[in-house]
Design a protein around this ligand. Sequence first.
Ligand code: C5P
Length: 232
Amino acid sequence: MGRDVIIACDFSSKDEVINFLSKFTDEKPFVKIGMELFYAAGPEIVKEIKAMGHKIFLDLKLHDIPNTVMKAMNVLSKLDVDMCNLHAAGTIAMMEAAIKGLTREDGTRPILIAVTQLTSTSEERMNEELLINKPIDEVVMHYALNAKKAGLDGVVCSPLEAAKVHNICGDDFVTVTPGVRFADGDIGDQVRVTTPAKAREIGSDYIVVGRPITQADDPVAAYRRCVAEFVG
Ligand code: C5P
């Protein structure tokens, strides 16, 4: 799987996202559609962006009983998304059911990745509220291994964890990493950030970049800079 830059299109309406994407005339970036836009604009937005020629990572983080996830994934697969995700906390049985639901009649399916522990969950809260009494790093790597056992393609993780995930789960196991900022840019509310060049060095397969591109004065130039640093 080749390295690529995924733009997090965190917009709240169809008009905003279409207006943003129409600035890209020479290239068709891989885009991430999250819950806000999907719940506001519905499945039609996926079809429309797909028809514009973009690849789509649909970031809906499914987590339910295996049968429900299997059926929901089947719907997402028919939307022809290129990548989607779920919570590894749903268990190996849920992840296996997800793959079953995603797999099309011809054997193809979107890339499926797992969220391990959200970066908003601290070790303290995980220990005290969720009663998971282990170091968070160990939990993240264990969930990544569960995802691999279930047949998933990879995980969402911090670029700083990407090398370790590859060591434990193998080089082919995909790492999709947010928390990317240019060396001279604002970090905003992200805490542990990495530049696109550093993410490449550490071995991320995909970087997810939002505001450094969406809020830039020249988004196309910012996207190209990301690609130049990360893909080369
Ligand atoms: O604007 P920014 O580059 O911070 O956007 C990063 C994107 O990646 C957002 O859509 C955010 O929700 C997502 N994300 C993240 N950190 C995680 C998981 C997802 O920033 N641990």
